[in-house]
Design a protein around this ligand. Sequence first.
Ligand code: NAP
Length: 284
Amino acid sequence: MTMARLIDGKEIAANIRTEVAAGIQDLTASGRPAPLIVAVEVGHDEASASYTRNQGKTARKLGLEHRLDTLPATCTMADFEAHLTALAVDPAVTGIMIQMPLPDHLDANACRRLIPIGKDVEAVTETAAGQVLQNSHRVAPCTAMAALRCLQEAAPGGIAGLDVVVVGRSAIVGRPLAMLLLHANATVTVCHTRTRDLAEKLRRADVVIAAVGRAGVIGGDMIKEGAICIDVGTNWDEASGGLVGDMRFAEVEARAAAITPVPGGVGPVTVAMLMANALRLAQA
Ligand code: NAP
C-alpha cells in the first residue's frame, strides 16, 4: 500500500505570493499606486476581524494596502449603499469585499450588486459569475481557483479528459469550480444532498473535490485507488480542537495518489488567490 503524496498548500501559496509581490513591484515601479483592498463589515465579529487582520498582514507583506471598514450593526440599507457607492467611485480603491454573514436586515445580494465588476476582488457578483460561466473572467472566486491550482499541481499530465467529481454546489465554491474545470476540459460531475449513491459516483472519479462542510463525509471506501483528492472542507473538530476536512484523511490517504491536508491545503492557497485577484484588478 502506497501513501498519497501530500499536496503542500503552504508551498503553493508561497509561490503565488512571490509572483504577486513581483507583480506589485512592477506596478508601483511604473508609477501606479499600490493596490488597496477594502473589507467592509457590519457590526463587529471578532472571528471575522481576526481573519481580516491576518489577510491585511499578508497583503502588506506583498506591497498591497488593506483596510477594514466597520459599519455599526444598526446601519440601514441606505447607509450601507452610501458607503459602498463611495468605495465604488474612489479611484484609490482596487478591490471591495463584503464580510459575510451580514445582519438579517441587510439584503446580501442587493449589497453585492453595489460592487462594480472592476472592483469585485472575490468575484461574488452576478456579473462575475456570468463571466466565469462564459470563460471571460478576469478573476474567479478564490477558493474555487485555489482548489483548481492544487489539482493542477497534483496532475502532471494535465486536467483535460479527467473524470472529476465535485461534491458541493455552492455559489462560491462548487459551482464556479465546476465551470473552471469544464473550461480546463475535465469531465465534471457535481454532487449534492439530493445525489443518489454518492459513493458509486466517487468510486469512478479520477479526481474527487470535496466542498461540503461536514467532517468525514467522504471515506476511503468511496475513493478509487490512485485518485487525486482535494479537500476544501474546513470543519471545527471539538475532539482535536482543530480543523478537519470533509474527507477521512487517513483512509483516503491510503488509497489516493495525492491529497490536500486540512489545514495546510486549499486554505492557504485561497488567501494567496485573493492577493492575486487584487493584482489582476489593479493591472486592468
Ligand atoms: P455550503 O454553501 O454549505 O455548501 C455545501 C454544499 O455541500 C451544498 O451544495 C450541499 O448540497 C452539499 N452537501 C452537504 N452535505 C452533503 C452530503 N452529505 N452529501 C453531498 N453533498 C452535501 O458550503 P460552502 O460555502 O461551499 O463551503 C463548503 C466547505 O468549504 C465548508 O467546510 C467551508 O468551510 C469550506 N471552505 C473553505 C475555504 C478554504 O479557503 N479552504 C473557503 C470557503 C469555504 P445542497 O446544495 O443540496 O444543500
